[in-house]
Design a protein around this ligand. Structure first.
Ligand code: ATP
Length: 302
């Protein structure tokens, strides 16, 4: 059974077409990364999934329920880490958890959840005085209350230090192993690459790709990355390389040119660099990163 299904979902805010007809299915037990440049429509989609806002048209099912007809049944089985969560002024971390557990009629231990997100030492401090990353950890602990079947995380890594990012990744994996479906938006693409089974890429309200990361590489025909160390200025050769057939991205980093290209374009790239008068000191190849795929799918969107 699919955990989340959107059919032809549109959303307009006055003249702004935030979503232009989204068809997307998230399978039960998947970790699904939801990506897109600023303003692409990610938060709007999440708000629609949670029935915080209505779609202008289309249908949205979560765990087999139409969210418009059965919003309460959906919320009961969904854990939410909202964007910009703000703690209550007068409550400690532990009290936030106790409140969330009572509201969900769950039997979790506040201390165990706070321990899980790395907040045990700050459990009895006022949550309003938590740092950004601590607030995010608290929001994650609250999302985990009641062992939900679906976790929806809007920018979960915001403000987290590297320990927090790693902990978040481990929690997502543990939840997946438990059978939870995890749907999360993020701009931290290395994080997405590390945990997502599939990703969707939104661009200005249109879904431009839904696939595994390997699938995206194949579709973008950008299966590899060529990293070339040069003597000379990478900027002097970059435009010629960018204009070659099979080249999707060219980044300059110090004395290095990083070229996203099809496998058969690699030799052409090396030839072009030499023809442009630069000397190649060394080169290596690797797979195109999700960041480069993201750029190739969304270039020109902002
Ligand atoms: N309440 C609103 N009123 C008017 N326009 C809105 C409203 N909410 C969102 N929009 C517009 O809808 C579009 C999509 O916004 P949304 O917040 O969904 O993007 P996003 O992908 O989450 O962006 P970000 O990565 O910056 O968080 C934007 O053009 C935004 O200005």
């Amino acid at each position: 059974m699919s955990a989340i299904a959107l059919q032809n979902v549109t959303k307009r805010f006055g003249d702004v077409h935030a979503l232009r007809g989204i068809d997307m299915t998230v399978e039960s037990g998947e970790v699904f990364g939801f990506l897109g440049p600023n303003g692409a429509g990610k938060s709007t989609t999440i708000d629609i999934l949670l029935h915080y806002t209505h779609p202008s048209s289309g249908s949205v099912d979560v765990l087999g329920h139409d969210v418009t007809e059965a919003p309460v049944a959906v919320r009961e089985r969904v854990g939410i880490l909202p964007e910009g969560f703000a703690p209550f002024e007068t409550m400690t971390g532990r009290q936030h958890l106790a409140y969330a557990i009572e509201a969900a009629d769950a039997d979790d231990e506040p201390g165990a959840l706070l321990e899980r997100v790395g907040l045990a030492d700050a459990a009895d401090r006022s949550a309003a005085a938590y740092s950004t990353g601590m607030t995010q950890r608290l929001a994650l602990a609250m999302a985990l209350v009641g062992s939900p079947d679906v976790l929806i995380l809007d920018e979960p890594s915001t403000g987290l230090d590297p320990h927090g990012v790693r902990r978040m990744r481990e929690i997502v994996r543990t939840e997946r192993d438990r059978g939870t479906t995890v749907f999360f938006s993020s701009h931290i693409l290395a994080q997405v690459e590390a945990v997502a089974d599939r990703v969707a890429i939104l661009r200005a309200g249109d879904l431009v790709a839904v696939d595994t990361i390997d699938g995206l590489r194949e579709t973008a025909d950008a299966g590899s990355e060529l990293i070339v160390d040069l003597t000379g200025e990478p900027a002097a050769v970059a435009p010629a390389v960018a204009s070659l057939d099979g080249v999707s991205t060219v980044d300059e980093r110090d004395d290095t040119l990083v070229v996203g290209c099809t496998a058969d374009a690699k030799l052409r790239v090396l030839d072009e660099i030499r023809a442009a008068g630069a000397t190649i000191r060394d080169f290596s190849t690797g797979e195109t990163s999700l960041e480069e795929l993201f750029v190739s799918y969304t270039e020109g969107a902002t």
